[in-house]
Every structure is written in structure tokens, then in C-alpha cells.
Design a protein around this ligand. Structure first.
Ligand code: HPA
Ligand code: ZN
Length: 317
């Protein structure tokens, strides 16, 4: 089933084998003996416990080659999962803050992504995310560094530890990105309250909400999202692994669909959460009894919610 993936952190596709390969060639000491020990750590209590390991593991990414191999590995997996188009997040601050130049990240990713249509049949876009827990000032400094590379980007987003870091503080930096012609998205309502989703919409002016699952607690918000057909990029396996929902069977995703929202299914950080995007689709079938017709509609939604221009959309379907 052809699909687009709209919520995918490239650093979250870093599989343990590549962690060790990069560590070896870059001379990085890891606090894990081997791939198996690292994989055994993939048990999380909440978003923060995941982020701690996510930032630690990505410390092995140092060179252009590392980022190129990371993206190539994702694209190979994504092709197997029916992905035709991917709008890919990356976290500039997570690399620049440890001494890896922005150009190394961008050049490394682009070396892979620029030939992805021919090699994997996948078109791609890049979305740079600001780390909300590093605050609005550092986000603006990051924007200043990104601005000369605007042509290489398609959008900006907001991610990392959500609770205590509401979207409204990032209004100035989102305004700058909007002026530069970029698309706007933000993680909101993953762990944070519905009010953060309102802020993402009304203060930041985002076109899509990443996660957004806590909208289910606010009927007025559901009505607003349905009226505007604002897409949600829901990540079911991620929500279970980060304990945002008790189990997939208890996920309220069906209610979001029934409320008329434009829901899409995505993998978030597939190396960590037990599956790539089609694994998420299969899990919905298995645990929530979704029929093929619903799954096909969710896959179709991913193209409707994408930032692909109308004329290119026909090629993807
Ligand atoms: N939430 C917030 N920040 C993130 C995530 C997520 O699921 N994955 C990577 N950074
Ligand atoms: Zn995410």
C-alpha cells in the first residue's frame, strides 16, 4: 500500500548496528557492551526516558558519511514498507551543540536524499526541528544558522521534551520561518495538554500537528481540527512505547478518525519503537481490528496531508 511518511525523525532511525559501526570508526566509547545490550535498553517510561537514550546514541554521528548511511538505511527500510514520499525531521541543535557543523549534517543527509527518487522510488523533504527544551533564544540562534540554507529545507518543526515547554514561546522564530516561505509543524499534545495544541495552531500557525492525540480530551479542539482539516501525524507504536497510551487496543485513534480529523499514521523513531510505518499499519489491523478500507483511507490521508505540490501528487499515488 503506497504511503507518505510525515512524522519521522531521521535520528530515530539509528539502528543499534549502525550505532556500533559509527562508534568504531569515529573512536567513540559507548556505555553498552554490544548491540544486544543497547537493544535491551529500549524500554521507556515516558518521553524523557526515551530522549535520554536518543540523544546519547546519536552522539556517534560525526561525519557526512554517518548521516548519509543513516538516511540510506532508512530509505531502504521505507521502500520495503511502501513509502513513496517522506517528510523527514532532523534536530540541528542536537548535532551543533556537540560540535558537528550544520553543513556536515545537511551535506551528509542530502548526499543520500538527493538520489532517493532514482535509488528507492522515494521523494523526500527536510524539516528542521527546534528542541523546545533548549528554549526560544537558542531556537532563534539556530534559525539564524539555518536561514542561509532555506532552499534546502521545506519546513520547521518543534520537538523534544514537551511538558513545561509550551509552543507560544516560539512564536518569533516560527514567524521568521514563515517569512522565509517554509511550512510550519509542531509536536503538540503528545504528553502535553490540549492547550499546547491550541497554541501551536493559533500562536505558531502550524499547518500540521505532530501527535496531537490529547486533542481527544477537548471537544472544541476536535471540532476545530475537523473543520480546518488540519492533519494529525499520529504515531501509534510510539505512543504505546512512551506510555502516552496504556496499550494499542486502548488507543483513542478510532475516535479521532470518527470525529472527522485528517489522521495519518507514522513511525516517529522506528529504530526505538518496534516498527517502521507499515508495522504501525499492521499493528492497527491486529490490535484495533482496522479493516483494509480504513487502512487504505489512512494511507491516502498521508498524501493529502503532505506538502507535495498538486502536480507531483499524481506521480505518488
Ligand atoms: N517527541 C518529541 N520529541 C522527539 C520525539 C517525540 O516523539 N522523537 C524524537 N524527538
Ligand atoms: Zn516525533
Amino acid at each position: 500500500m503506497p504511503k507518505a511518511e510525515l512524522h519521522l525523525h531521521i535520528e530515530g532511525t539509528l539502528e543499534p548496528e549502525l550505532v556500533f559501526a559509527c562508534a568504531r570508526r569515529n573512536g567513540v566509547q559507548l556505555p553498552f557492551a554490544d548491540v544486544e545490550e543497547l537493544r535491551r535498553r529500549y524500554v521507556f517510561d515516558d518521553l524523557q526516558s526515551f530522549l535520554d537514550l536518543y540523544y546519547l546514541a546519536m552522539g556517534v554521528l560525526r561525519t557526512e558519511r554517518d548521516f548519509t548511511e543513516l538516511a540510506d538505511a532508512y530509505l531502504a527500510r521505507a521502500r520495503e514498507q511502501g513509502v513513496r514520499h517522506a517528510e523527514i525531521f532532523f534536530d540541528p541543535q542536537a548535532h551543533v551543540s556537540r560540535g558537528v557543523p550544520l553543513e556536515v549534517v545537511l551535506d551528509g543527509l542530502e548526499a543520500s536524499l538527493s538520489t532517493a527518487p532514482e535509488r528507492f522510488g522515494i521523494s523526500t523533504r527536510l524539516i528542521a526541528c527546534f528542541l523546545r527544551d533548549r528554549g526560544p533564544r537558542e531556537a532563534m540562534e539556530t534559525w539564524e544558522a539555518l536561514e542561509p540554507h532555506t532552499a534546502r529545507l521545506h519546513g520547521v518543526g518543534l520537538d523534544s521534551a514537551e511538558v513545561g515547554h509550551p509552543p507560544d514561546a516560539f512564536e518569533p522564530v516560527f514567524a521568521r520561518a514563515r517569512q522565509a516561505g517554509l511550512h510550519l509543524v509542531a509536536h503538540a499534545g503528545e504528553e502535553g495538554p490540549p492547550d499546547y495544541i491550541w497554541q501551536a495552531l493559533d500562536v505558531l500557525g502550524v499547518e500540521r500537528v505532530d501527535h496531537g492525540i490529547r486533542a481527544i480530551e477537548d471537544p472544541a479542539l476536535l471540532a476545530r481540527l475537523a473543520r480546518d482539516r488540519t492533519p494529525l501525524t499520529v504515531c501509534p507504536l510510539s505512543n504505546v512505547r512512551l506510555r502516552c497510551v496504556p496499550s494499542l487496543a486502548e488507543h483513542r485513534l478510532p475516535e479521532l478518525v470518527d470525529a472527522g480529523l485528517l489522521v495519518t499514521i507514522n513511525s516517529d523513531d522506528p529504530a526505538y519503537f518496534g516498527g517502521y510505518v507499515d508495522d504501525n499499519f499492521q499493528a492497527l489491523k491486529r490490535e484495533l481490528g482496522f479493516g483494509d478500507d480504513v487502512l487504505r483511507e489512512l494511507a491516502a490521508n498521508s498524501f493529502r496531508a503532505s506538502f507535495v505540490e498538486e502536480d507531483e501528487r499524481a506521480r505518488l499515488l
